[in-house]
Design a protein around this ligand. Structure first.
Ligand SMILES: O=C(O)CCC(=O)C(=O)O
Ligand SMILES: [Fe+2]
Length: 278
């Protein structure tokens, strides 16, 4: 089926491919979309957790999640996470908030291992709630003054896994730094790698308060409405996003409706994606 194209700036391309077997052309369309827009939407997929892993595998090395990650339900092989407000007894968890602050997955890995695509599949959607939002981090020159960009060019973010809410106990992972302004290894376009949540990210050489203020200032610009795509889930949607070029977070979750998502990740192999795009 042909891809549908929505032209607003922050909106991704939507596909309805055959979920059982992606053709080379579809794989190329998906990869092109993600590299250009930061994310792609695949409608009407009918995936089991294993089916989701099979999709992720086609784009890179599937991530085995760190055992100290605080997400509630992990599969036994630690490759699929279930993000759900339904407890094992079937009751709704009333205070389930999800990842409701702007962030970037896998910022706690050094480059190029942080170049992960996240594959989030919706088994059970909420009506008029439980969205996922994406802020576009491409085109920093359109978003910030030349003076700010000059300043950003010399800065690095510092990610300390022990400070991140993602980990429930002391993490074995070392502290990593990333340049704030980077060039995308596939699209060759500049982007801002700021991550979040804003009070957890440090800027090298700045104290906590200065870091927090600067990251907040950047988030305030990136997360303006015109720069954000909000995905209203339907059952069977698969969203794939590039963690280099978009910040994301969960929108408000309705405590009275189930919301069940499966999540996998692949570390993107730049060479194989480049080959796919040729
Ligand atoms: O629940 C959501 O909408 C977002 C989940 C999330 O941040 C993730 O899967 O990395
Ligand atoms: Fe996330």
């Amino acid at each position: 089926m042909n891809p549908e194209y929505r032209k607003t700036k922050a909106s991704p391309v939507t596909f309805k491919p055959n979920h059982k077997q992606f053709s080379q052309k579809t794989l190329k369309n998906i990869a092109t979309t993600i590299c250009n827009h930061g994310y792609a939407i695949l409608k009407n997929q009918n995936l089991s957790p294993d089916g989701l892993l099979n999709v992720a595998k086609q784009f890179g090395e599937v991530v085995t999640f760190d055992p100290t990650l605080s997400f509630a339900n992990q599969s036994s092989d630690k490759k699929i996470l279930t993000i759900s407000n339904v407890a094992s007894d079937g009751k709704l968890i009333k205070n389930f908030k999800g990842a409701d602050r702007w962030h970037t997955d896998n910022d706690f890995y050094p480059s190029p291992r942080n170049h992960a695509w996240t594959f989030l599949y919706c088994k059970t959607a909420q009506k008029a709630a439980g969205t996922t939002m994406f802020a576009d981090c491409y085109n920093p020159a359109e978003k910030f003054s030349a003076e700010m960009l000059d300043h950003f060019n010399n800065l690095k973010i510092v990610v300390d896994p022990n400070q991140l809410p993602d980990f429930e106990e002391v993490s074995e992972l070392p502290i990593v730094t990333h340049h704030l302004i980077q060039t995308h290894p596939i699209s060759n376009k500049p982007f801002l790698y700021v991550s979040g949540p804003e009070d957890f990210i440090q800027i090298e050489g700045k104290n906590r308060q200065e870091s927090h203020m600067l990251v907040k200032r950047i988030h305030d610009v990136l997360t303006q409405e015109h720069n954000v795509y909000t995905h209203h889930w339907e059952d069977g949607d698969l969203l794939i996003w590039d963690n280099l070029t978009s910040l994301h977070k969960a929108g408000a979750i309705d405590p009275n409706q189930p919301r069940i998502l499966y999540r996998a990740q692949a570390i993107v192999d730049t060479n194989s994606i480049n080959n796919l795009l040729c």
